[in-house]
Design a protein around this ligand. Sequence first.
Ligand code: TAP
Length: 478
Amino acid sequence: MTRTKMLIDGVWVVGEGDAIEVRNPARGSVVGTVSHATPAEVDLALRAARLAFGDWSKRPPVERARLLKRAAHIIRERKSDLGRLMTSEQGKPVNEAVGEISKLADTFDFYAEEATRVFGEIIPNDSNAYQSLVVREPIGVVAAISPWNYPAELIGWKVAAGLTAGCTLVVKPPELTPLSPLAIMECMVDAGLPAGTINMVTGKGSTVGQQMVESDIPDKIAFTGSSAVGLHIQQSLKNIKRLSLELGGNCPMIVTAQANLDQAVKGAARRSFRNCGQICIAINRIYVERAAYEPFLEKLAAAADSLVVDDGLENPDADLGALCSQEPLDKTKQHLADALERGARLVAGGRAPDAPGLENGLFFRPTVVADCSHDMKVMTEETFGPLVGVTAFDKHAEAVRMANDTPYGLASYLYTKNMDEMRYYSRHLDYGNVAVNNVDAGIISAPYGGWKQSGIGVEHAREGLLEYLNYKHVRLCF
Ligand code: TAP
């Protein structure tokens, strides 16, 4: 099997390092190989980005926008192939993968539009002899590192905002899913991105990623991944640089007695189980006001049981494909066992699907456990699998207390038709995102980021672009 090449300084490079096999989690088969980038190759990529910065940062924003729009167009043209490639390495059903590719193209378009709106400011001065201008200039070289659950989108947020701002980038895709990110780089090269503006080196985070973090070349590290690795990165820096961290979550959903239960169940099933729950903003734990508890549980169990789990390549419309690797599958089983040992009630799932043809894959049925206590792992840790815990509450203050009792602060969800409850909860939930009567916590036009151990900084929106810009105060004397 020929190795998929890395992109360094506009050249597709096989790489001198060992081969890394990429597997299809639905079948266990090898779907491709990439190289483990050597230290010299990583260094070459970082130096190429540094060299390219001089020209790219000085180009007129409209020119940068034109190239991003062209890349978006090419990505859309190739979205079916890109989606299938992503499914073959990540496991999510093809239609979901194609949807992710479309959102990536939308992200490029969004930031291409923003490129022409990087405004400065004029500050009033104490004398007419002076004028203070605040202008924004690109930070420099960005090292971007991202995880496997959204192989395209999470890289896209960094690449689109970074390039728009005038930065150049070296990207390390996840070891488990490097093929679709590399194919996206091909779209960018075909769109005409100049050599060195965007580079991609493959390999392990603990070596390739670590080298990027420790290098003094990048001016910024843009990282999405677990809180443990985020903290490790923060502690590994060898010089002062900007750092944005989009980290883990442990997201609560609150359903009051005044919610539309059918809507709430639809939202819960979608946000707990989509992408097999391997989403930082997945609903991990649900607090239901006692009067609505049993009817909600009954409906949620039925909704979970109705979801189709299948090989995402064979069945593009499946609700859940395979989990991406053994690790989240094992964690799901551990959290389930912990909950059942401590007295939780299994109301849906709890096992692998028994359909023929799935024996070699990492599949698990969407699983709901009820009557959970506040200290069970399913309620306190990020499972990152198709498992959700449910419990009842009596008072709104109690629901808020339990929802906020976590080191994380990424996203929270509320279902109620009562305006006072909407105000109360959105005021008191300590999260970067609060979605009320919907589960779309992250949209490209609004800032998206976590509080507490869920991260530093935001992605999306104008604010996401500002993360790639420095302020420069120019004080003019006439
Ligand atoms: P991590 O293990 O943290 O890996 C994320 C990325 O960091 C991977 O590319 C990984 O490389 C790399 N990495 C590992 N060790 C590194 C090191 N020492 N230096 C530099 N890079 C290193 O996360 P994961 O398990 O893949 O992803 C799941 C986590 O990501 C969950 O906690 C989830 O909540 C979080 N997440 C957060 C968000 C947002 S927006 N907040 C979005 C998605 C996911 P390898 O893969 O090659 O090891």
